[in-house]
Write a protein that binds this ligand. Structure first.
Ligand SMILES: O=C(O)CCC(=O)C(=O)O
Ligand SMILES: [Fe+2]
Length: 363
Protein backbone atom coordinates (compact mmCIF):
# COMPACT_ATOMS: atom_id res chain seq x y z
CA UNK A 1 0.00 0.00 0.00
CA UNK A 2 1.25 3.52 -0.73
CA UNK A 3 2.23 5.74 2.19
CA UNK A 4 -0.31 8.35 3.24
CA UNK A 5 -0.17 11.33 0.91
CA UNK A 6 1.88 9.55 -1.75
CA UNK A 7 0.38 8.78 -5.14
CA UNK A 8 1.13 5.51 -6.85
CA UNK A 9 3.41 6.09 -9.81
CA UNK A 10 4.33 9.66 -8.82
CA UNK A 11 8.09 10.22 -8.90
CA UNK A 12 8.55 13.54 -7.08
CA UNK A 13 12.31 13.74 -7.55
CA UNK A 14 11.98 13.15 -11.28
CA UNK A 15 9.52 16.06 -11.59
CA UNK A 16 11.67 18.34 -9.45
CA UNK A 17 14.71 17.49 -11.59
CA UNK A 18 12.84 18.12 -14.82
CA UNK A 19 11.64 21.49 -13.55
CA UNK A 20 15.15 22.44 -12.39
CA UNK A 21 16.77 21.31 -15.65
CA UNK A 22 14.23 23.26 -17.70
CA UNK A 23 15.50 26.47 -15.98
CA UNK A 24 12.15 28.14 -16.63
CA UNK A 25 11.53 28.92 -12.97
CA UNK A 26 8.07 29.55 -11.58
CA UNK A 27 7.95 32.68 -13.75
CA UNK A 28 8.12 30.39 -16.79
CA UNK A 29 5.41 28.10 -15.39
CA UNK A 30 3.22 31.10 -14.67
CA UNK A 31 3.77 32.61 -18.13
CA UNK A 32 2.90 29.29 -19.80
CA UNK A 33 -0.67 29.84 -18.61
CA UNK A 34 -1.05 26.67 -16.53
CA UNK A 35 -4.25 26.46 -14.47
CA UNK A 36 -2.96 23.92 -11.97
CA UNK A 37 0.43 23.92 -10.28
CA UNK A 38 2.72 20.85 -10.38
CA UNK A 39 2.21 18.56 -7.43
CA UNK A 40 5.66 19.13 -5.92
CA UNK A 41 4.58 22.72 -5.11
CA UNK A 42 1.59 21.59 -3.05
CA UNK A 43 2.07 22.04 0.70
CA UNK A 44 0.85 19.94 3.59
CA UNK A 45 -2.65 20.62 4.99
CA UNK A 46 -1.15 21.95 8.27
CA UNK A 47 0.59 24.73 6.33
CA UNK A 48 -2.36 25.48 4.06
CA UNK A 49 -4.99 25.63 6.82
CA UNK A 50 -3.29 28.70 8.29
CA UNK A 51 -2.79 30.90 5.22
CA UNK A 52 -4.93 33.91 6.07
CA UNK A 53 -3.73 36.81 8.17
CA UNK A 54 -5.68 36.49 11.39
CA UNK A 55 -4.73 39.76 12.99
CA UNK A 56 -6.66 42.99 13.00
CA UNK A 57 -3.63 44.96 14.18
CA UNK A 58 -2.35 47.79 12.02
CA UNK A 59 1.04 46.29 11.27
CA UNK A 60 4.71 46.61 12.08
CA UNK A 61 6.02 49.89 13.56
CA UNK A 62 6.97 52.66 11.12
CA UNK A 63 9.95 54.70 12.33
CA UNK A 64 10.82 58.09 10.85
CA UNK A 65 14.58 58.62 10.74
CA UNK A 66 14.42 62.23 9.58
CA UNK A 67 15.23 63.63 13.04
CA UNK A 68 18.42 61.62 13.57
CA UNK A 69 20.68 64.65 13.72
CA UNK A 70 18.47 66.47 16.21
CA UNK A 71 19.52 66.07 19.86
CA UNK A 72 15.86 66.18 20.80
CA UNK A 73 14.61 63.56 18.33
CA UNK A 74 17.48 61.08 18.30
CA UNK A 75 16.80 59.56 21.77
CA UNK A 76 13.16 59.01 20.75
CA UNK A 77 14.21 57.24 17.56
CA UNK A 78 16.72 55.10 19.47
CA UNK A 79 13.96 54.07 21.89
CA UNK A 80 11.50 53.29 19.05
CA UNK A 81 14.05 51.06 17.33
CA UNK A 82 15.04 49.30 20.53
CA UNK A 83 11.39 48.65 21.38
CA UNK A 84 10.52 47.48 17.85
CA UNK A 85 13.55 45.15 17.75
CA UNK A 86 12.51 43.62 21.06
CA UNK A 87 8.78 43.23 20.52
CA UNK A 88 8.21 42.87 16.78
CA UNK A 89 11.68 42.04 15.45
CA UNK A 90 10.41 43.80 12.30
CA UNK A 91 9.90 47.49 11.51
CA UNK A 92 9.83 49.89 8.58
CA UNK A 93 12.02 52.96 8.35
CA UNK A 94 11.09 56.06 6.35
CA UNK A 95 13.24 59.09 5.53
CA UNK A 96 16.22 56.74 5.65
CA UNK A 97 18.31 58.78 3.21
CA UNK A 98 17.90 56.56 0.13
CA UNK A 99 16.01 58.49 -2.58
CA UNK A 100 12.63 56.98 -3.45
CA UNK A 101 13.69 57.08 -7.12
CA UNK A 102 16.52 54.65 -6.27
CA UNK A 103 14.07 52.27 -4.55
CA UNK A 104 11.83 52.36 -7.63
CA UNK A 105 14.72 51.87 -10.06
CA UNK A 106 16.09 48.91 -8.10
CA UNK A 107 12.69 47.18 -8.04
CA UNK A 108 12.23 47.91 -11.77
CA UNK A 109 15.65 46.47 -12.66
CA UNK A 110 15.03 43.22 -10.74
CA UNK A 111 11.58 42.93 -12.30
CA UNK A 112 13.18 43.40 -15.71
CA UNK A 113 15.69 40.66 -14.97
CA UNK A 114 12.94 38.18 -14.08
CA UNK A 115 10.83 39.20 -17.08
CA UNK A 116 13.56 38.39 -19.60
CA UNK A 117 13.07 35.35 -21.85
CA UNK A 118 14.07 32.02 -20.29
CA UNK A 119 17.02 31.57 -22.65
CA UNK A 120 18.55 34.86 -21.47
CA UNK A 121 18.07 34.09 -17.76
CA UNK A 122 19.13 30.46 -18.19
CA UNK A 123 22.77 31.53 -18.65
CA UNK A 124 22.77 32.50 -14.97
CA UNK A 125 20.83 29.47 -13.72
CA UNK A 126 23.15 27.58 -11.34
CA UNK A 127 22.98 25.91 -7.94
CA UNK A 128 26.17 26.92 -6.21
CA UNK A 129 25.34 28.79 -3.06
CA UNK A 130 27.87 30.75 -1.08
CA UNK A 131 29.65 32.90 -3.66
CA UNK A 132 29.28 34.73 -6.93
CA UNK A 133 25.97 35.05 -8.75
CA UNK A 134 23.21 32.47 -8.68
CA UNK A 135 19.82 32.61 -10.35
CA UNK A 136 17.49 29.73 -9.54
CA UNK A 137 13.99 28.83 -8.52
CA UNK A 138 13.80 27.92 -4.82
CA UNK A 139 17.31 28.05 -3.33
CA UNK A 140 16.31 25.10 -1.15
CA UNK A 141 14.57 23.12 -3.95
CA UNK A 142 16.36 19.87 -3.03
CA UNK A 143 16.16 20.37 0.76
CA UNK A 144 12.53 21.38 1.22
CA UNK A 145 9.48 19.15 1.57
CA UNK A 146 7.47 21.21 -0.94
CA UNK A 147 8.61 23.85 -3.42
CA UNK A 148 7.44 27.47 -3.19
CA UNK A 149 6.25 29.95 -5.81
CA UNK A 150 9.27 32.22 -6.24
CA UNK A 151 12.53 32.58 -8.22
CA UNK A 152 15.60 34.47 -6.97
CA UNK A 153 18.70 36.18 -8.21
CA UNK A 154 21.39 35.96 -5.53
CA UNK A 155 24.59 38.04 -5.56
CA UNK A 156 27.31 37.74 -2.90
CA UNK A 157 28.61 41.26 -2.48
CA UNK A 158 31.03 41.21 0.46
CA UNK A 159 33.63 40.28 1.72
CA UNK A 160 34.27 38.29 -1.49
CA UNK A 161 32.22 40.22 -4.06
CA UNK A 162 30.94 38.55 -7.18
CA UNK A 163 32.65 39.73 -10.36
CA UNK A 164 30.68 42.71 -11.65
CA UNK A 165 30.64 41.23 -15.15
CA UNK A 166 28.89 38.12 -13.76
CA UNK A 167 25.92 40.21 -12.55
CA UNK A 168 23.20 40.20 -15.25
CA UNK A 169 23.53 43.28 -17.46
CA UNK A 170 19.89 44.45 -17.04
CA UNK A 171 20.38 45.03 -13.32
CA UNK A 172 24.16 45.26 -12.88
CA UNK A 173 24.37 48.96 -12.00
CA UNK A 174 21.29 48.78 -9.75
CA UNK A 175 22.56 45.74 -7.79
CA UNK A 176 25.95 47.35 -7.16
CA UNK A 177 24.35 50.65 -6.10
CA UNK A 178 21.71 48.98 -3.95
CA UNK A 179 24.39 47.07 -2.08
CA UNK A 180 25.95 50.38 -0.98
CA UNK A 181 22.61 51.98 -0.06
CA UNK A 182 21.53 48.94 1.94
CA UNK A 183 24.90 48.95 3.72
CA UNK A 184 24.44 52.61 4.69
CA UNK A 185 20.96 51.97 6.04
CA UNK A 186 22.13 48.87 7.94
CA UNK A 187 25.02 50.84 9.46
CA UNK A 188 22.63 53.56 10.62
CA UNK A 189 20.19 51.08 12.12
CA UNK A 190 22.92 49.00 13.77
CA UNK A 191 24.36 52.17 15.29
CA UNK A 192 20.94 53.12 16.69
CA UNK A 193 20.54 49.59 18.05
CA UNK A 194 23.97 49.82 19.71
CA UNK A 195 22.88 53.04 21.37
CA UNK A 196 19.59 51.55 22.45
CA UNK A 197 21.26 48.48 23.94
CA UNK A 198 23.85 50.62 25.73
CA UNK A 199 26.74 49.19 23.70
CA UNK A 200 29.84 51.13 22.74
CA UNK A 201 29.53 53.33 19.62
CA UNK A 202 30.41 51.45 16.45
CA UNK A 203 30.38 48.03 18.17
CA UNK A 204 28.49 46.20 15.39
CA UNK A 205 30.41 48.00 12.65
CA UNK A 206 33.72 47.06 14.32
CA UNK A 207 32.57 43.45 14.48
CA UNK A 208 32.22 43.64 10.69
CA UNK A 209 28.48 42.98 10.50
CA UNK A 210 27.93 45.33 7.58
CA UNK A 211 30.93 43.90 5.70
CA UNK A 212 29.35 40.49 5.12
CA UNK A 213 26.47 40.86 2.71
CA UNK A 214 24.30 38.92 0.27
CA UNK A 215 21.84 40.53 -2.16
CA UNK A 216 18.67 38.69 -3.21
CA UNK A 217 16.18 39.81 -5.83
CA UNK A 218 13.04 37.67 -5.44
CA UNK A 219 10.20 37.40 -7.93
CA UNK A 220 6.80 35.97 -6.89
CA UNK A 221 4.87 35.66 -10.16
CA UNK A 222 1.12 35.17 -10.40
CA UNK A 223 0.16 31.77 -8.99
CA UNK A 224 -2.99 30.11 -10.36
CA UNK A 225 -3.59 28.16 -7.12
CA UNK A 226 -2.40 30.38 -4.26
CA UNK A 227 -4.32 28.31 -1.70
CA UNK A 228 -2.16 25.23 -2.38
CA UNK A 229 1.35 26.61 -2.09
CA UNK A 230 3.45 29.39 -0.52
CA UNK A 231 5.63 32.22 -1.80
CA UNK A 232 8.25 31.46 0.88
CA UNK A 233 7.54 29.24 3.87
CA UNK A 234 7.66 30.47 7.43
CA UNK A 235 11.26 30.96 8.63
CA UNK A 236 13.55 33.26 10.55
CA UNK A 237 16.57 34.92 8.92
CA UNK A 238 19.73 33.42 10.39
CA UNK A 239 22.12 36.39 10.23
CA UNK A 240 22.45 39.69 12.07
CA UNK A 241 20.04 41.97 10.22
CA UNK A 242 18.02 42.09 6.98
CA UNK A 243 17.12 45.16 4.91
CA UNK A 244 14.09 44.45 2.73
CA UNK A 245 12.50 46.47 -0.04
CA UNK A 246 9.18 45.34 -1.55
CA UNK A 247 7.04 46.59 -4.43
CA UNK A 248 3.35 47.36 -4.04
CA UNK A 249 2.15 43.74 -4.23
CA UNK A 250 1.21 42.41 -0.80
CA UNK A 251 2.20 38.97 0.52
CA UNK A 252 4.76 39.30 3.33
CA UNK A 253 3.49 38.38 6.80
CA UNK A 254 5.19 38.33 10.21
CA UNK A 255 4.25 36.39 13.31
CA UNK A 256 3.29 38.63 16.21
CA UNK A 257 1.70 37.33 19.43
CA UNK A 258 0.87 34.05 17.70
CA UNK A 259 -0.96 35.73 14.82
CA UNK A 260 0.08 36.41 11.22
CA UNK A 261 0.20 40.13 10.47
CA UNK A 262 0.37 41.56 6.92
CA UNK A 263 3.31 43.84 6.17
CA UNK A 264 1.46 46.28 3.93
CA UNK A 265 3.51 47.88 1.16
CA UNK A 266 4.60 51.41 2.09
CA UNK A 267 6.04 53.30 -0.86
CA UNK A 268 9.38 54.79 0.17
CA UNK A 269 9.71 52.56 3.24
CA UNK A 270 12.41 49.99 3.95
CA UNK A 271 11.72 47.00 6.14
CA UNK A 272 14.32 45.95 8.71
CA UNK A 273 14.29 42.65 10.54
CA UNK A 274 16.41 41.03 13.20
CA UNK A 275 18.12 37.70 12.47
CA UNK A 276 18.91 34.71 14.72
CA UNK A 277 22.55 35.73 15.20
CA UNK A 278 21.53 39.11 16.66
CA UNK A 279 18.87 37.55 18.87
CA UNK A 280 21.55 35.28 20.33
CA UNK A 281 24.32 37.84 20.84
CA UNK A 282 21.81 40.34 22.27
CA UNK A 283 20.66 37.61 24.70
CA UNK A 284 17.04 38.05 23.58
CA UNK A 285 17.06 41.87 23.80
CA UNK A 286 16.30 41.66 20.06
CA UNK A 287 13.94 39.11 18.55
CA UNK A 288 14.31 37.12 15.33
CA UNK A 289 10.74 36.65 14.18
CA UNK A 290 9.07 34.10 11.91
CA UNK A 291 7.90 35.47 8.59
CA UNK A 292 6.59 34.09 5.32
CA UNK A 293 5.27 35.19 1.94
CA UNK A 294 1.93 34.00 0.56
CA UNK A 295 1.79 32.80 -3.03
CA UNK A 296 0.90 35.75 -5.23
CA UNK A 297 -2.69 35.86 -6.46
CA UNK A 298 -2.34 39.12 -8.40
CA UNK A 299 -1.38 39.37 -12.08
CA UNK A 300 1.41 41.80 -11.19
CA UNK A 301 4.54 39.96 -9.93
CA UNK A 302 5.60 40.66 -6.37
CA UNK A 303 9.24 41.81 -6.30
CA UNK A 304 11.35 42.05 -3.17
CA UNK A 305 14.98 43.00 -2.69
CA UNK A 306 16.56 41.45 0.36
CA UNK A 307 20.02 42.23 1.69
CA UNK A 308 21.32 39.98 4.44
CA UNK A 309 24.02 41.14 6.87
CA UNK A 310 25.94 38.57 8.83
CA UNK A 311 29.12 37.86 10.76
CA UNK A 312 32.13 36.91 8.65
CA UNK A 313 31.78 33.19 7.90
CA UNK A 314 35.43 32.89 6.83
CA UNK A 315 36.52 33.06 10.46
CA UNK A 316 35.44 29.65 11.68
CA UNK A 317 37.23 29.50 15.03
CA UNK A 318 36.39 32.72 16.93
CA UNK A 319 33.73 32.21 19.59
CA UNK A 320 30.56 34.32 19.45
CA UNK A 321 27.83 34.40 22.08
CA UNK A 322 25.75 36.73 24.23
CA UNK A 323 27.73 39.99 24.58
CA UNK A 324 29.17 40.25 28.12
CA UNK A 325 28.04 43.91 28.27
CA UNK A 326 24.42 42.71 28.17
CA UNK A 327 24.76 40.11 30.92
CA UNK A 328 24.21 40.55 34.66
CA UNK A 329 23.16 38.35 37.59
CA UNK A 330 19.54 39.30 36.75
CA UNK A 331 20.09 38.61 33.05
CA UNK A 332 22.32 35.54 32.77
CA UNK A 333 23.32 34.16 29.35
CA UNK A 334 20.50 32.28 27.64
CA UNK A 335 22.76 30.90 24.88
CA UNK A 336 26.06 29.06 24.74
CA UNK A 337 29.05 30.38 22.84
CA UNK A 338 29.50 29.08 19.31
CA UNK A 339 31.80 29.36 16.30
CA UNK A 340 30.65 30.28 12.80
CA UNK A 341 31.37 26.69 11.80
CA UNK A 342 28.87 25.51 14.46
CA UNK A 343 26.40 28.13 13.35
CA UNK A 344 26.46 27.18 9.69
CA UNK A 345 26.37 23.46 10.35
CA UNK A 346 23.26 24.01 12.45
CA UNK A 347 21.72 26.29 9.84
CA UNK A 348 22.14 23.96 6.91
CA UNK A 349 21.08 20.88 8.85
CA UNK A 350 17.79 22.51 9.85
CA UNK A 351 16.70 23.69 6.38
CA UNK A 352 15.00 27.06 6.00
CA UNK A 353 12.01 26.48 8.26
CA UNK A 354 11.71 26.28 12.01
CA UNK A 355 13.07 28.21 14.96
CA UNK A 356 15.55 25.48 15.79
CA UNK A 357 18.80 27.42 15.24
CA UNK A 358 18.09 29.69 18.20
CA UNK A 359 16.70 26.75 20.13
CA UNK A 360 19.76 24.60 19.47
CA UNK A 361 22.12 27.19 20.94
CA UNK A 362 20.04 27.64 24.12
CA UNK A 363 21.77 26.68 27.34
O1 LIG B 1 10.19 38.51 -0.14
C1 LIG B 1 10.08 38.87 1.02
O2 LIG B 1 9.42 39.85 1.34
C2 LIG B 1 10.74 38.10 2.13
C3 LIG B 1 11.87 37.22 1.68
C4 LIG B 1 12.52 36.54 2.83
O3 LIG B 1 11.98 36.42 3.89
C5 LIG B 1 13.90 36.02 2.69
O4 LIG B 1 14.46 36.04 1.59
O5 LIG B 1 14.45 35.57 3.72
FE1 LIG C 1 13.42 35.99 5.45
Amino acid sequence: MAAAGATVGYDRMKEVNEFDNSKIGVKGLSDSGIATIPKFFVHAPETLSDLKSSSSCTGIPVIDLSGLKSHLDRPKIVEQIREAARTWGFFQVINHGVPVSVLDETIAAIKKFHEQPTEVKAKHYVREEGHGVMYASNNDLYRSKAATWHDSLQVWTSPEPAKVEDIPAVCQREVVEWDMHAKNVAETVMELLCEGLGLETGKFKDLGYTDTRVFLGHCYPYCPQPDLTMGIISHTDYGVLTVLLQNQVQGLQVKHRDEWVDVKPLHGGLIINIGDFLQIISNDECNSVQHRVLANSSEEPRISIVEFFNADRRDESTYHGPLPELLSPEKPAIYRNFTMRDFHENFFSKGIDGKSLVEKLKL
